[in-house]
Design a protein around this ligand. Sequence first.
Ligand code: PGA
Length: 238
Amino acid sequence: MRKLIAANWKMHGHAEWINKPAEFDKLYPYNERQNLEILICPPFTLISEMRDITRQNNISLGAQNCHEEARGAYTGEISPEMLAHAGAQYVILGHSERRAMGESNADIMRKAKAARRPSLIPIICVGESLEIRELGEATEFVLEQIKNSVPEHIGDYVLAYEPIWAIGTGRVPQIEDIEQMHGRIRELVGPDVRVLYGGSVKPANAEEILSVENVDGVLIGGASLEMDSLMAIAKAAA
Ligand code: PGA
């Protein structure tokens, strides 16, 4: 399966390098590999601005959220159709930072269905809290989240397993725990869905994480904000 290296820039702008071709050249030759896809998900305002430079560099482009309707009186919201028009091909949905703002599995399921209208590929995020992990209920919890947030017959989508306690903390699960979780997720989602790991992925641990069975890529927050570390992670996957 083609590995997906996905950068989630969150609310970071990057005005200093988004239009510098030399920065994107650093990703060469990793973005030219058949077995690797590099995706950048910047804030909404940068999507159309980054459309040309990402296309020229064979990098995919995505958003970090969307609304479920195509248009309407929804102040402050952005529809999947608008994202596709701006140049997005992917949309991250149900990130734990958004679930913490009140998004439910049902919301995420509706958004994922909506994302398919203009053929965006949703990256549906799931993951347990530390409390659930310590109770020994992480696997059941995550499988339930998947059942309740991935629509039936959705077509192309990506799943991201991100333990909440590993996001932005520098803590990473034991490799065996990642392997066990991804194995169970694979049984549920089948062979064709790319299953990413996310949570404190760094150049130093990327190679080990990417070599785990059923890890088809990574979703990277902090370490995707510097082109050098994004490149080092792509190199680990290549
Ligand atoms: P992190 O974030 O790499 O900074 O831990 C991952 C994410 O939130 O997707």
